[in-house]
Design a protein around this ligand. Structure first.
Ligand SMILES: [Zn+2]
Length: 339
C-alpha cells in the first residue's frame, strides 16, 4: 500500500508526515489485492445491526452505527488508520476535530499505546473534551472555529506527529469501506437500492463509494446536508445546470461556528461518488432533523441530531412512499449519548 497524489500521481509512503503532495494535491490510497489492513488493535468495533423502521409511508433499514465503541461510524476509519500507523511504528497521532472523529482516533490511539493530540475549537462541549481526556489524549483548545482548529493542527504537526485527519488521510476512508461490505452480507450478498448518507467532510460518502466499488455495484448514494451548510448540494445543483438553486444554497454558513465546514477538502470526489451512483444531494432543515431525531427515538434509537439526517432525507426524498422492492438504508451515524 502507498499514497499517491490525486493530481500528479507522485507516490508517498504511508508513514509520510506530509499532509498532502508538494504540488498541493490530496493523497489517495493505492492498495493491491494482497494488501490487508491489520486488525491488531481492537476496542470492540463490530458488525452493527440492520433493523427495519416504518417511517411514515416508507420502510427503511437503520444501520446502527451509534452502537460502535465510541458512538459513531468513525470507529471504522480510526481502526484502519491507527492499525496501519501502529504497524508502521508511528507513535504520535494528531488531528483537529469537534467531536466524533477525535474520540475515535483518541480511543484507538490509546489502545495502541500511541500519544494523541486533538485540536478542538474552543466552543466544543465539555463532555467532548472530557471524553478525549479520559482516553488520555492531549486536548488543545483553539480560539475560533473548526477551520481555525484545522489550521492550528497543521501548523503544529511538524515531523513528529502523524496527521490522522479523516479528510486528509485516505486510510480513514479505507476503514469506512467495511460498512459497504457489511451491508452486502446483511442483505444476502446484494446491494441495497438506496443509501442516505450524511455528508460533512465526505468520509462516509467516499468510504461507502469505495467499498461498493470493490463489490462491483453501487446503490444510489443520496448525500444529505444541512440547509445551513450545503457546499455539496450547491456543487450538485451547479453540475445539473440549476444555477438558481445553487446560488440559494449557503456554502459555508452554519449557525454553530464549531462545526462550520467551509468547503470539504474532497468535494470533487464526493460529487463524483454521487454522480456515478445515479444518486442525488438533498438538504434538510433543522426542524426536519429534530423531527427525524424524535422519530428515531420513538423507535428506541437515540441518535445525535446530525445523525438523524439520513432519515430526514429519506422521508423527504420519498414523500409518497417507494416501490416495495427498494431497500433503503439509513445509517444512524452517531449516538445521542455524547452531547
Ligand atoms: Zn502532486
Amino acid at each position: 500500500m502507498f499514497f499517491y497524489c490525486e493530481k500528479c500521481k507522485k507516490q508517498y509512503p504511508l508513514n509520510t508526515h506530509a499532509i498532502r503532495c508538494s504540488c498541493g494535491g490530496l493523497f489517495r490510497l493505492h492498495k493491491d489485492a494482497e494488501d490487508v489492513v491489520p486488525h491488531t488493535v481492537h476496542i470492540g468495533h463490530m458488525v452493527t445491526p440492520l433493523v427495519p423502521m416504518q417511517a411514515g409511508p416508507i420502510e427503511v433499514l437503520l444501520k446502527l452505527e451509534n452502537l460502535q465503541p465510541t458512538g459513531s461510524y468513525k470507529d471504522r476509519g480510526a481502526a484502519a488508520l491507527v492499525n496501519v500507523a501502529a504497524s508502521l511504528g508511528i507513535e504520535r497521532v494528531a488531528l483537529d476535530s469537534a467531536g466524533y472523529a477525535g474520540a475515535s482516533v483518541a480511543a484507538y490511539a490509546a489502545a495502541a499505546g500511541m500519544a494523541c493530540k486533538v485540536f478542538v475549537p474552543e466552543g466544543v462541549p465539555a463532555s467532548v473534551v472530557q471524553q478525549l481526556e479520559t482516553y488520555g489524549a492531549e486536548v488543545v483548545r483553539v480560539a475560533g472555529t473548526r477551520m481555525d482548529a484545522c489550521a492550528e493542527a497543521k501548523r503544529h504537526l511538524g515531523r513528529s506527529w502523524y496527521y490522522a485527519s479523516p479528510a486528509y488521510n485516505p486510510l480513514f476512508a479505507e476503514g469506512v469501506k467495511s460498512l459497504a461490505h457489511e451491508l452486502y452480507e446483511q442483505l444476502g450478498k446484494s446491494v441495497p437500492e438506496y443509501v442516505f448518507v450524511p455528508a460533512g467532510n465526505g468520509s462516509l460518502l467516499i468510504g461507502l463509494y469505495l467499498g461498493f466499488m470493490e463489490i462491483g455495484r453501487l446503490p444510489h448514494l443520496v448525500a444529505v446536508q444541512s440547509d445551513g451548510c450545503a457546499p455539496l448540494y450547491r456543487a450538485f445543483r451547479e453540475a445539473h445546470g440549476d444555477a438558481e438553486a445553487a446560488e440559494a444554497a449557503p456554502a459555508s454558513l452554519f449557525e454553530d461556528p464549531n462545526f462550520s465546514i467551509e468547503r470539504p477538502k474532497r468535494l470533487k470526489e464526493m460529487l463524483f461518488a454521487v454522480e456515478s451512483s445515479g444518486g442525488a444531494v438533498v438538504t434538510v432543515t433543522e426542524a426536519e432533523l429534530r423531527a427525524a431525531q424524535r422519530a428515531l427515538g420513538h423507535r428506541g434509537v437515540y441518535a445525535e441530531l446530525s445523525a438523524a439526517a439520513g432519515l430526514a432525507a429519506a422521508q423527504k426524498f420519498f414523500p409518497h412512499g417507494k416501490p416495495d422492492n427498494y431497500r433503503v438504508v439509513v445509517p444512524v451515524t452517531g449516538s445521542g449519548f455524547k452531547r
